[in-house]
Design a protein around this ligand. Structure first.
Ligand SMILES: CC(C)(COP(=O)(O)OP(=O)(O)OC[C@H]1O[C@@H](n2cnc3c(N)ncnc32)[C@H](O)[C@@H]1OP(=O)(O)O)[C@@H](O)C(=O)NCCC(=O)NCCS
Length: 164
C-alpha cells in the first residue's frame, strides 16, 4: 500500500491516538505505557496545527501508521529547544517510514528557528538509536536505571543536535 508522509491535520487526531496507543501498548519503546486520553491528544495536535509546529504523520489508506513531532519547550528561556517523539506501528517498521518522518520533522524544526533538538531513548532500542545517529543526533549522556517496569530496569540515553 502507498504510504504518504505529510504534516499532521486536525482530522488525524483519532488515527494518531490509535497509532500512539498501539506503540505504547508494546511497553518497550515509549516513556509512556498508557496512551494519553484522546482529549489531551486533541489539544496537543490542535496546538501543533495552529502554531505550525513540526508534527508529521505517515498515512496508509485511512490509517495513521507512524508519527514524528518536534515541539518547542514551553518553559521560558527554553523555547529554542525541540523535543522529539516518534513511532511507527509494528507492522510497518523497516520500510523507510521512520527515516522519512524524522527527515521531514527535523527540516521543519530548523526552518522554524529551533536551535537545539533533543530526545530520550531507551538504551536497548538499537533501531531508534541508529535512526537518530543517522539523522545527526549525538549521545550526550546516559541515565542509568531510569525506568523500572515489569521487573526490569532500562537505561535512558539522552541525544541532541544543535545549530547555534
Ligand atoms: C525506531 C523506529 C521509529 C524506526 O522506524 P522504521 O520505519 O522502522 O525505520 P526505517 O525503516 O525508516 O529505518 C531507518 C533507519 O533506522 C535504523 N533502523 C531501523 N530499523 C532498524 C533495526 N531493526 N536495527 C537497526 N537499525 C534499524 C537504521 O539506521 C535505518 O537506516 P538504514 O535503513 O539506512 O540502515 C521504529 O522502529 C519504531 O517505531 N520503533 C518503536 C517505537 C520507538 O522506538 N519510538 C522511538 C522512541 S524514542
Amino acid at each position: 500500500m502507498n504510504i504518504t508522509v505529510r504534516q499532521i491535520e486536525l482530522n488525524d487526531v483519532t488515527g494518531f491516538h490509535n497509532a500512539l496507543s498501539s506503540v505504547a501498548a508494546e511497553k518497550k519503546y515509549l516513556l509512556t505505557v498508557e496512551p494519553p486520553p484522546l482529549d489531551r491528544v486533541h489539544d496537543f495536535v490542535s496546538k501543533n496545527v495552529e502554531q505550525n509546529h513540526a508534527q508529521y504523520v505517515a498515512v496508509a489508506g485511512d490509517s495513521v501508521v507512524g508519527w514524528a513531532d518536534i515541539v518547542p519547550a514551553s518553559r521560558q528561556s527554553m523555547e529554542h529547544v525541540g523535543r522529539l517523539g516518534m513511532g511507527v506501528i509494528a507492522e510497518y517498521r523497516g520500510r523507510g517510514i521512520g527515516d522519512q518522518l524524522l527527515k521531514d520533522a527535523i527540516a521543519h524544526a530548523w526552518r522554524q528557528g529551533l536551535k537545539r533538538l533533543e530526545l530520550e531513548v531507551f538504551a536497548d532500542n538499537k533501531a531508534a538509536i541508529n535512526l537518530y545517529r543517522k539523522h545527526s543526533y549525538q549521545v550526550e549522556g546516559v541515565k542509568r536505571y531510569a525506568r523500572y517496569l515489569d521487573d526490569a530496569y532500562q537505561d535512558v540515553v539522552i541525544m541532541a543536535q544543535y545549530r547555534v
